[in-house]
Design a protein around this ligand. Sequence first.
Ligand code: PRP
Ligand code: URA
Length: 232
Amino acid sequence: MTGTEVAPAPPGTRGTVVLLPQTDQLRALHTVIRDRTASRADFVFYSERIIRMLVEEGLGLLPFAPREVRTPVGAVYPGLRFAPDVVGVPIVRAGESMEGGLRAVCRGVRIGKVLIQRDPATKLPRVGGAWLPPDLAGRPVLLLDPMLATGGTAVAAITLLREAGVAEEDIVFVTLISVADGIDAVHTRFPKVRIVTSAIEERLNGNAYMVPGMGDFGDRFFGTDDQGAVTP
Ligand code: PRP
Ligand code: URA
């Protein structure tokens, strides 16, 4: 699958955003998970289907190297080798919803984690910690978080990756839905980071949630919203 590139990039100013093709199938998947009455089982199942598409698209942006193989009939097939040493980094908590999708298609992928929470009042990111493989420099990193709203969380996570030695151009940020504010925030600081998304929302509301959006992704996915919460 090849995504449609939007936000054409004047060199050095704006980065690349890859928007998944807006097919009827994708729209149907979005319809289920955007519905406020969706059951948690449906929310998880259908968001995981979109996540799988996003992860495949993100992996497709990584470099491939030539690799010839000989087929069973003795012919030479001039093929390609997958990018080696891919690292996935979910932003805890909601980004962990994307880890399984990456593991399912990227054999042996190594997984780091960054813990970043958006302050409920200020909406500013609070960094809680990072657990990253030691030798990240030179490796391609898929940074995973389903929501790109103000962009504060993504910028904080990319800052941690840069401090760990990851080059901007080696980072692909994979996010289920996004909005211009967050995309601009990321590309103002890190223009070479590529963003893969399945939707660009209309706007942020006064509470810094995306509109039309899908509410609080982490709560809905993990069942800690009003419908699924367990009171101790
Ligand atoms: C959500 C979401 C992103 C962040 C996006 O996480 O998963 O990490 O908000 O918002 P931003 O672009 O304005 O920073 P939240 O901190 O609510 O925690 P959660 O992962 O536990 O849901
Ligand atoms: N976090 C979410 O879960 N949803 C939004 O719309 C914004 C931030």
